[in-house]
Design a binder for this molecule. Structure first.
Ligand code: NAD
Ligand code: IPM
Ligand code: MN
Length: 351
C-alpha cells in the first residue's frame, strides 16, 4: 500500500491537481496499484478563514502516515507576504529536510522548445537544487525600518554538510544513470565565503567520482550556455536561489512552466512532489492551465515509490498527447485542463 497525501493548494494548483489525481486513480485501476490518496485543504482559503496554514502536527503526520506528498501550488494575491505559502511549502522542504530539489529538463517533443534547430536529444539534463539552506533560510532583519536610514540584511547560509550532501546526490545520480558530466554553478567570484565552500566541496567530492567529468560555470555564464548549447549538460548542481531561477529557464527550454516537473527528496523520509510552476492566479478555475507538469510530476512520484511501469506509461501517454496536439493553448493545443487530464487518464494502456 502506498499512502499519498495530496495538497492542491491555491489557484491553478487546484485545477492541475484534480487532473493529476485523476491520473493516479486511473493508474490504480489500470495497473492494479494499492494506493491510498488523501487530500488536505491547506492553502489560502483556509488560512484566510481560520488563520491556519499548516495545522499543528502536520509535518509529523506527513512523515509518519504517508509515503509521498503531492502538492499543486501555493500563492494567493490576497496574502501578499506569502506567509501561508512559506509555512506550508518551505515548511515541508525545511521541516522534512527534503534537501534535493530534483528538476529534470527534458524536451519531450522538438516542437515545444523555443530554441531553433534543437531536437529532443539536445535538451536532456537534470538540475539538482539545494533545497534547505542558501538564501532561503530567512535570516536577517531590518534596522530603522520605514525611515530614510533604513537598513535591511538578508543572509545566505551554506553548511559543509548541506553543500556536500546535494553534491554527492548529484554525482550519485550521474553514476547510477551512467552519465559522464556534472556541472556545478555558483557565483564564487563574488560570494567569496559561501560559494567558496561550494568550490572546495565540489572539488573534493568530484575526486571521488573519477569516471565523471566535473565542470564549473558561474551562474551568469550558465544561463547563457543553457540557451546557446544545452546539449552540453547532463547534470547541474547549484544552490537554492540559483536553482530556483535556472529551473524556470529550464522549464522554458522544454515547453514552458506548464510541463515542468519536480521532486523534493530526502531518501530517508517522505518526499514531496510538485510541478515547477506556481498558482498563476489569473488562470485559476478557468480550465486553461496545463496539467501536464502536474501529471509528469505524478510519474516522477510513482517512479520514486517503485511504481515504475505506471510511471513509464504516464510519460508515454503525455508524449502521445503532445504528438497529437491534444494539449492546452500554452503548448499549442486547443483543449482545456480537464480534457487533457481525461485524455491522459484514458491512454495509460500500452501504445
Ligand atoms: P506562475 O508559475 O504561477 O505563473 C507564471 C506564468 O507562467 C503564468 O502567468 C502563465 O503564463 C505560465 N504558467 C504557469 N503555470 C502554467 C500552467 N500550468 N499552464 C499554463 N501556463 C502556466 O508564477 P508567478 O506568476 O510568478 O507566481 C504566482 C504565484 O505562485 C505567486 O504567489 C508565487 O509566489 C507562487 N509560486 C508558487 C510556486 C509553488 O507553489 N511551488 C512556484 C512558483 C510560484
Ligand atoms: C519554486 C517556487 C518557490 C521557490 C516559491 C513559491 C517559494 O518559486 O518552487 O520554484 O522559490 O522555491
Ligand atoms: Mn520557482
Amino acid at each position: 500500500m502506498k499512502r499519498i497525501a495530496v495538497i492542491p493548494g491555491d489557484g491553478i494548483g487546484i485545477d492541475v491537481t484534480r487532473e493529476a489525481v485523476k491520473v493516479m486513480e486511473a493508474s490504480q485501476k489500470q495497473f492494479d496499484l494499492q494506493l491510498r490518496i488523501q487530500q488536505f485543504d491547506w492553502g489560502a482559503e483556509r488560512y484566510l478563514r481560520d488563520g491556519v496554514s499548516m495545522p499543528a502536527g502536520g509535518l509529523d503526520m506527513l512523515k509518519n502516515e504517508f509515503d509521498a506528498i503531492f502538492v499543486g501550488a501555493l500563492g494567493d494575491p490576497r496574502i501578499p507576504d506569502m506567509r501561508h505559502a512559506a509555512e506550508i511549502l518551505l515548511g515541508m522542504r525545511f521541516g522534512l529536510d527534503l534537501y534535493a530539489n530534483v528538476r529534470p529538463v527534458r524536451l519531450i517533443h522538438k516542437k515545444l522548445t523555443p530554441l531553433k534547430d534543437r531536437e529532443e536529444k539536445d535538451i536532456q539534463f537534470v538540475v539538482f537544487r539545494e533545497n534547505t539552506e542558501g538564501a532561503y533560510v530567512g535570516m536577517g532583519g531590518f534596522f530603522k525600518k520605514g525611515t530614510p536610514d533604513e537598513l535591511a540584511i538578508q543572509e545566505e547560509v551554506h553548511t559543509r554538510k548541506g553543500v556536500e550532501r546535494i553534491i554527492v546526490y548529484a554525482f550519485e545520480y550521474a553514476r547510477q544513470n551512467s552519465l559522464k558530466k556534472v556541472c556545478m554553478s555558483d557565483k564564487s567570484n563574488v560570494m567569496r565565503y559561501g560559494h567558496d565552500l561550494w568550490q572546495r566541496v565540489f572539488k573534493e567530492v568530484g575526486a571521488r567520482y573519477p569516471e565523471i567529468e566535473s565542470s564549473h560555470l558561474y551562474v551568469d555564464a550558465l544561463t547563457m550556455q543553457m540557451i546557446k548549447n544545452p546539449a552540453q549538460f547532463q547534470v547541474i548542481v547549484t544552490n537554492n536561489m540559483f536553482g530556483d531561477i535556472v529551473t524556470d529557464l529550464g522549464a522554458a527550454l522544454q515547453g514552458g512552466l506548464g510541463i515542468a516537473a519536480s521532486g523534493n527528496i530526502n531518501p530517508e523520509v517522505t518526499s514531496m512532489f510538485e510541478p515547477v510552476h506556481g498558482s498563476a492566479p489569473k488562470y485559476a478555475g478557468k480550465n486553461v492551465a496545463n496539467p501536464l507538469g502536474a501529471i509528469l510530476t505524478t510519474a516522477m512520484m510513482f517512479e520514486h515509490l517503485g511504481l515504475s511501469q505506471a510511471s513509464r506509461r504516464i510519460e508515454e501517454a503525455v508524449k502521445r498527447s503532445i504528438e497529437e496536439n491534444f494539449t492546452t493553448p500554452d503548448i499549442g493545443g486547443k483543449e482545456g485542463t480537464r480534457q487533457v487530464g481525461d485524455w491522459v487518464a484514458g491512454h495509460l494502456h500500452a501504445a
